[in-house]
Design a protein around this ligand. Sequence first.
Ligand code: APR
Length: 248
Amino acid sequence: MELPAGLLIALQSANKVLVLTGAGMSAESGVPTFRDAQQGLWSKYKPEDLATPEAFRKNPQFVWDWYEQRRSMISKVLPHAGHTALAELARHFKAFSVVTQNVDGLHQLAGSMDVTELHGNIMRSVCSRTGKWIDNELIIGSTVRPPVSPHHPQGLARPDVVWFGEALPEQNFNHATGLAGDCDVCLSIGTSNLVQPAASLPFLALNSGAVVAEINPIPTRLGQLAHFSIRSTAVDALTAIVGQFRVG
Ligand code: APR
C-alpha cells in the first residue's frame, strides 16, 4: 500500500515515537472484542454488567468464569505481522514506546520491549482486597472459583484488568502522559478514541507538536485533526511502514 510521503519523512527524522493501540490492533490476531465475545451462555449479558467491581461483589464466580473463558480464548492467539512490524521498527529509534489499552499481552509476545499497559493484563490476577499481584502458580488448578487470595483472609483473586468505573493505574497513565507530551511522532492504531482517559493521549501529542497519524479502517474524531489518517488495517499499514522505512 502507498503511505503518505510526509509520514515516512517524519518517521525518518524522529527520535521519539509513541504508538497508542486499542482493540483494533488485536482484531487481526482474532481477539474478540467484548461484544464479539458475547456468545452462547454469555450472550444475554452486557459486558458493562460483567466487567465492573459491583458485578464481582455480587457474583464473583460468574465474573471469574467469564474471564476464564476470555483468558482461554486469548491464550490461543498469536501476534500478527503488524505487532512484529512494531517490534522491528523500534530498533531504529532512540525511544519507541507502545502504550496499549489491550489486555492480551500481544505486543510483548511479538518482542516489543517498551510497553505500557493502561488497562492491565488479563493473564495476571490480583487480590480483590489489597490489589497485590498473585503468582499464577499459586492459583492454577484451584477448584475454588475465584481462588482465595494468598494476600488477605477475605480476599479473592480477580483479573488484573481495569473495570468500568475504576481508575487506570496511576503510574502507567502518568508515564503515558509524559510520553505523549514529548514525542516526535505518534501513531494511534485501532482505537475508537472514545474511552477516556486513554482517548486524550493522541490529542495531547498533537497539542504538544508531534506529527500524529491515525491507522483505522473507520475514521474517528482523531482522524479529522491528525496530520495523517490512514484508512487501513493495522497489518497492512504497519507492514507497509516497516517495508518503506529507510534506515540512515
Ligand atoms: N486495524 C485497525 N483498526 C481496526 C481494525 C484493524 N484490523 N479492526 C477494527 N479497528 C478499529 C475500529 O474501527 C474501532 O475504531 O478499532 C477500533 C476499536 O475500537 P473499540 O472497540 O472502541 O476499542 P478501544 O478503543 O480499544 O476501546 C477502549 O474500551 O471496552 C473497553 O477496556 C476496553 O480497552 C478497551 C477500551
